[in-house]
Structures are given as C-alpha cells and as structure tokens.
Design a protein around this ligand. Structure first.
Ligand code: ZN
Length: 146
C-alpha cells in the first residue's frame, strides 16, 4: 500500500507544480476562497451550448487545492453541464468518505480518496469543484467554503 500512496502523492505534487489549464479564459467565471487554508481559485468556463468547450483556472493555495483544480479541469473539458454536476457529486462523496462508484473519467481523481481522513483538507480538495458549481449555476460571485 505504501508504494501506491507514494505514487498518489507524486501525481498530486506533479499537478500542483505544473497545473494543467492554468490560465485566464474569456468566459464565465467564479471565485472561490477557502478561509481555513487560504486557498484561492478562480474557475473559468467557456460553454458551447450545454457542453464545456474549455475550462481553466487561476489561483494560489496548497498542493491539494491546486492539484484538485488542475485535475478537475483536465477531467471535465468537453463534458456537458449535467455530467459535470454528476462528477462534482461523485467527487464530493469520495472525499467525504461516502461509498460511491467513481466514473471511469474520474479514476485519476482517486488520488484524493485519502483526503476524507483529514476533514480540514476536504475543503482544499473541493474548493475548485464548488467554484465550478457556481459557474455552472451562472453565479458570477465570490464563494466561500465557510
Ligand atoms: Zn488548502
């Protein structure tokens, strides 16, 4: 098990050091702030009808929050609004320790399953996802995990 854990940490470190889709995008956006840890994220989404044509983020924070945002954008690009909502729920269930089956598209995000043992880090892992939810709801406002 420890080998697997090392690999997982490597994936998280890789994404936090070299975040994917880390840029500003001309589209809808929302800002998220996790006061507990100080993580800040802005999620940008360009929709094509009901489909996420492009998705990107900016921000600063801990490795968990950055890696989660990075992997979220990689997993959700090209998905529909509805799929994104389902994924959000599945991801949230996983990091809060609720047994749920993860769709194949989210299998890489299993690296965050250990987060449920650290309640304070759950907010780090879900910040970008909650922020994305605000974008999908058309709420162009700052959201907080409090
Ligand atoms: Zn954090």
């Amino acid at each position: 098990m420890s080998d697997l854990r090392d690999l997982y940490q490597e994936v998280i470190l890789d994404h936090s050091k070299k975040p994917r889709n880390f840029r500003v995008l001309d589209g809808q956006k929302a800002e998220g702030y996790n006061a507990l840890c100080g993580d800040r994220v802005t999620v940008y989404v360009e929709m094509d009808g009901e489909r996420i044509k492009d998705i990107a983020f900016q921000g600063s924070g801990c490795a968990i929050s950055k890696a989660s945002a990075s992997m979220m954008t990689a997993a959700l690009k090209g998905k529909t609004r509805e799929e994104a909502r389902v994924y959000l729920e599945k991801f949230h269930d996983m990091v809060t320790g609720k047994p749920d089956e993860l769709p194949a598209e989210l299998s890489k995000l299993e690296v965050f399953s250990g987060v449920c043992e650290f309640p304070a880090r759950v907010k780090c892992a879900t910040l970008a996802w909650h922020t994305l939810s605000a974008v999908l709801d058309g709420k162009d406002e700052a959201i907080s995990t409090e």
